[in-house]
Each structure stands twice: as structure tokens, then as C-alpha cells.
Design a protein around this ligand. Sequence first.
Ligand code: 0A1
Ligand code: ZN
Length: 880
Amino acid sequence: MRTSQPQTIYLKDYRVPAFLVDHVDLRFELFEDGARVYSLLSMRRNPDSDGSDTSLELDGDSLTTLESVSLDGSELAKDAYEDRTDRLVVHDVPDQFELGVVTWIEPQNNTRLEGLYKSSGMFCTQCEAEGFRCITYFPDRPDVMARFRTRIEADKASFPILLSNGNDVEKGELDGGRHFVTWEDPFPKPSYLFALVAGDLVEQRDSFETMSGREIDLRMYVEPRNVEKCAHAMDSLKRAMRWDEEVYGREYDLDIFMIVAVDDFNMGAMENKGLNIFNSSCVLASQETATDQAFQRIESIVAHEYFHNWSGNRVTCRDWFQLSLKEGFTVFRDSQFSADMGSPTVKRIEDATMLRTAQFAEDSGPMAHPVRPESYMEITNFYTLTIYEKGCEVVRMIHTLLGADMFRKGSDLYFERHDGQAVTTDDFVRAMEDASGRDLSQFRLWYEQAGTPELTVRDEFDQGAGIYRLTIEQVIPDTPGQTNKKPQHIPFAVGLLGAGGESLPLKLSAGETDAPTDRILELTEASHTFEFHDLAERPVPSLLRDFSAPVRVYYPWTREQLMFLMSHDPDGFNRWDAGQRLAVDVISELVGDTGNEAIDGGLTDAYRGLLSDVSLDQALVAKMLQLPSEAYLIELAEKPNVPAIHQARERVLKHLAAALRDDLLACYRRNTVEGRYEVTPESVARRSLRNTALAWLLHIDDEEGRSLAVSQFERADNMTDRMGALRALVNSGYEQARDEALGAFYERWKADPQVVEQWFAVQSGSSRTGGLPKIRELMEHPAFDWKNPNKIRSVIGVFAGQNLPAFHAEDGAGYRFLAEQVRRLDDSNPQIAARLVSPLTRWRKFAPVHGEQMKTALESIRDKSGLSRDVYEVVHKSLA
Ligand code: 0A1
Ligand code: ZN
């Protein structure tokens, strides 16, 4: 429990480590009531430090007992070192020495899930960012890279599988039914990449031949009941390995690559060297138990963790301020991979939706921070959408500015120059500059300035001269601790369309020949005017094509222009975006309206066109049919009134469903997927279209829709369709059909935690059923487990993040409820508690009564005694 106020850590205070570790020799004795950890560190003074430190300081956290400390083989007397709570200080160390430390820890009582802990009876670790210090005393910072040798000893019957990083070099039997395995990792690595697993697991094997002809042993370890759920992850892994060779020239370096699935995990997955550990929900899948979305998510996470082997492990971060160095770049790499494996436009739409809904919200809230933050209290609070997704967009913009070939030259140079080093985002940008000859000095502001740039676009057409002028102004709003920001370097992709929908050549001077129909305008100043010549008529602009920068664009589109772009823009992303803007406009007009305002018939026509035109890319159509989410509408609104936004969106949905009933039924019937279940863009689109049609029909309690839903629910051979039908029923007025389906679903899948999580989520996220009483009921359910982050997320997280009308209920009960759960979780799992607070942090955005209630809820968390550093930081920054 914390007694003093948490300290802020600043980037400007970075100092190189005083001592380096060349080699780490670990021995783990694992028992039911604890674990003894023997650590032998070969250390030396860092030649790059100023040499002034005579004492050695090691990090420690929650270590139950320090049993002994030795220096060069001799046990130290108690006065030769200080055992502070979070630090071990050893006085008067020589320039080179071996330090031995023995600690006793209690993984079975570790509910924080940092360091070594137990999940479903197995031992596993999570060391990023600062979990290794919960295992033993160590200079637990990423710029200390060492070679690890790890011996694990445990009872053989209970823990037949013993894993760590690298290659297994020795194994054998011990007395008392125990055994051991020793692992050696030849690559120096920071402690955050250390991993250990011990359990009764089954192994699934495969292999991969690398581009230089080496055979890599691929192994997945799961609990016996999950053997049928490994194939998709294994296939994804092989695709990712091949892709990284082809697109980035990166070959895998060890002889073995292992993946382990664990049920209790704070995040999605972890890229430990040679031994990736995954949250079960992000790796296990079968057609019966996982939706298309889950299949796609698994493919991208498996790839993400694999790609880290180069972008993160071979080249790592100097300090945690550089987190986006590995995360932004790796998310960019996984997004390119997913685009190549499926539909690039759909992938771009999904990424932009997440960014505009959630990252923009973060970037305008109290926790806003630059892609390279300047300070933090608790680093785990900085595994954010800004570091990951905005960080990815920043790398993507470099790719756009340099072009694919120069970008590849830059990444080759980066990997070659920094292999085996711990570096900074600046080193990354410099490699890109050096390889391409481009000056990215202004571009670096993307790493330094927080906040989403706002671009206001005006246009005018000079008919006489045939010139169309676009004026673009950029403003970057103030964020906590940052004002008066400088203009950033923004790649702004544009096109112009003629009245017939044709793409017009973009001539920057009169008479220019061979002008392209697509251009990247580079914005570097607060205001720019671009002139396009030789135009016979006023064009319709297509702005920020393919979402070429993570910015907000304001332009006074007319509804006619939006409908025109929806059907003519050759840029798939902007077609979709025009549809979204049109829907936002129509819904916003109805917010707060008592029901008299007519709903624009243009919207209905546009959707009818989408539903019936089979010549269109159906994957794009499936996306275009999704109305903007409530969360996005709230993000766009000034002082959002959530119930009113919910009502308005519902009204539009009902209106469209009623007006398009026959088209929806036809769409439903047309999109039956015959044959084997496959996760291809076409079949995913078909299932999505079908389930959207079903959901809309049930929204208006259509009888035919109900019977289709019931039979789909009963007969589906895959989870996408079964869940599609269940969700439609849950969000309908057919109470009996809904309850029967929910009951039958649980009975069938109650032994499968990943499916039960989906069952929780469909209920807690439904504005029709998921009121607070329902949420409390779910929390009383035998399958709910306070120790399991996935259960907490699927009930409490989904309620606060997706069931917005219930969370923002007028009486403030939703806010009080969330605060109560955060206070409860703070003691057992502060990381998860801090993440759950997030919806409350935006209290200033909401209308007075709601905002005040949210603030009061935050204060009730602030006033809890012994608040963790994680929650302290979020709550205090939000109230500041
Ligand atoms: N590096 C992992 C994500 C991760 C981060 C932190 C964790 O614990 C605090 C766990 C996992 C990734 O990017 O996949
Ligand atoms: Zn990552």
C-alpha cells in the first residue's frame, strides 16, 4: 500500500545506467506456496557513465523476502547493503563483480499480474514494463541489456512443461518427483522481455523455413481443452513470418518460436524474446467459438508480437518515454500486414474509426500526452491509444512522405545501425532522414506536441481563370502543459471530382501536362493556399484521402456533395467517410428534437442504393451500412447530451429499418454464405451484411426478422452468425426469444471462458437489457471472476465504454457504480483499475449535471486511502 505521494519521472532527467549487466544466471525453484529465485548478475561499471556512483542500486517491488546478497561469491553482511522497499543498495562495489541475490516471492498471491504469477494453476510472467523487479532485484530499465540463462525447477507431474527464452540446453530429473529445464538466450535483452512459463500444457508443433533456408520450430502451448483452437494462430504466425521477410527483409533469429495462451492477463499479448505470451482471448479461435472479428484480431496480434522481434527486441527502447519507438512502428507494421491479408480499405476504415473515436478523445482530455511523453508517474498508464495508434499514424505519415522504397531503405538502415541497441524515436527519424535525404526536423513535432491538429478548409472557384483555390489552415489545440503550438508537417492527400464523377487532373500550374489525379499536399505552415488550374467547372474536393494524417478536417460540405462523394469518390476511404459525415449530420440535426423533425430522405435513398447495388465492393458496403457509433457522435459533440444522442441515433436507425425493410430482407437472403467457413474479405463482408440487416430488422421488432434470427441462432455453424443472431435478439423487444437464446447459449458454452466473455459482453453492452441491475446480476454470476481481467472488461468495461445511455443515466448511478468498482479493484489489480477509470476522466466534456456527477465519482476514488500509483495518476490528472 502506498503512503507517500507518487513521484513524477521526467525525460529530461534521463541518465545512462551507472552499471551494466553482461550476463544473468537465474534459477527458479517453484513450489505451491512460493518460489525461490537465485540470481547471479555479472556486472561492470558503465564506461559511458561519469563513474561517480560508488553504490549499486537495483529496483525491487513486492518481493516478499530478501534471503541473501553476495558479492563475488561471499555472502554480504547486513550492513553492506540496504534493503529499502523498492530498492536494494549495495555499498562500495568494485568496477567489475558478480552479485548474487536470493529472493522468496509468492506468485500464488500475485493478483496484480505483474512479475511472476499463477493463472489457472500455471506459472507465468509479465515483465513489461517494470514487472521483472517483482521477481528479483535488478536494474530494471530497458537500456540494460544482458544475456540470460534460466534454470526452472518444479514438480514434474504438475508442471511437465517448463519454458523460458531462447533454446533449451539442459534438462533432467531431481529428487522428490521434481525436474528441471535450463534455457539460454543468446541475444542480449532488457529484463522486460524475460519470460517464464511452467504448467501442465499441451504442445502443438509446426515449422517454418526462413528465407535463408533455416528450419524454425514453431510451438504453441495451451491447456488440453484448447488444442482445437490453435490452428488459426499458427497459420497467422507463418503468414507473418513470411510477410516480414518479403516486405521488410527481416528473418527470424532463434531456432524456436513459442506461443503460450494464459487466461489471466492484463493486456492482449507480450512479445517476450522467443516466448510470446498471449491472453487466451487474443490467440485461441475456432469457427464455433470465435467471430470473424476475433479471427482478424488474432491474426493481427500474433503478427504484432512476432514483428516486435525486430521492432522492439533486436532494436529496443532506451527508456519508457520512447515506448512508441517500438509500439507505433510495430502497429504500423501489423496494420500493413492486415491490409495485405484482407481489404486495405476496410482496414483503413477500422483504424481511422478507432483513432477518431477513442484516440482523438484521449488527445483532447486530461490525460493527453505527446507520442513521446515528457513525464509520467506510472508507465503502465502510458500504454495508450496515443502511443500505439497515433504513433502508428506518425510512422505511416513518414511512409507517405518518403514513399514505400525510401521508407524501406530507412527501415533497413534503422535495423542495421541499431541492431542490439536501446534507442530513441529520434534515432528512428534520423535513419529515415539519412536513408532518404529528406529533412524531417519539422515533422518531429508530431512526437513532441500533443493534441489533434484541426484543419479548416475553405475553397473558391474563379470561373474566368479556371482556377480552384483550396485554403487550409491548421491549429493545434492546447493540451495539459502545452500551449501555443507550432504548425506541424502534415501530408494532406486530395483529389478533385468533376460533375460526372470523373477524377480531374490536379494541375498546380496552367498547362501542366500529365498531372496526377491524386496529390499529397504538404502542409507546414499555419495557412496555405493551393491553386489548381485549367478547370472548366467547380469541382467537388475529396479531402484527406485514405485518412492521410490523424487530423480533424472541417469543410462546409453540403449533403449533395456528400451523397455525390459516397457514390463517386474513387478513394474507398472517402466514400465511406462521406457516408459517415452525412449520417452524423442527419443524426445531429435530430438531437434534442421532440420527434417532429423529418428525417432527410436523401439518407434513406443513399442506404437503399448501398443495399441493392451488388456491383459495389461488398466489404466496403458492409462498412458503409454501419451508422456512426454513439461514442463517435459523443466525441464530435460540444457538450453532449448522451440520452438525446442515443434517441436521435435510434430514431434514424428505426426510420431506415422501416423504410428499407424489403431491401434488408433481400440483402439478408442474398448474403447466405454457402460452403466451408472461411475468413476471407468476401465471406466476412457477406456475414457482416447479413447480420447488419438482421439487427436492423429486429430493431423495429419485425416478425419475419425474429423468426430468421431464431433459426439463424439455432442453426449457425459459426460464432459470427450465432452471435449476430443473439445480439439482434438481445437488442429487440422479443423478451422471450431473447431470454431463451441467452439461456441456451450459456448452457452450451459455459465451459469455454472465451465464449462466456462474449456472452457477458453482449448483455452488458446492450442499451435494451444492460441497465445497472443487469450488470450487478452478471457480476453475481458464478462465471464472473474478480481476478480475471477479461471478465472485468467484458462486464464492467463494456458497460462503461459501450452501454452509453445506461452509463450516463440521469441520476448518476452509472458513474457511482464505476467508481465503486474502481475502488474495489485498486487493491487487487491497479493496472486494470486505472484503465477502468478512463470514461470518468472526460467529465469536463459533458453537460453540467453529468459532468459534476462524474467529477464527484472521481473524487470518491481520489479519497480512497492507500490509492495505487496507477489510479492516483489518472484521477489526479483528471481533476487538476
Ligand atoms: N508490449 C505488448 C503489450 C503489453 C504492454 C504492457 C503489458 O503489461 C503492462 C503487457 C503487454 C504489446 O505491444 O503487444
Ligand atoms: Zn506492441
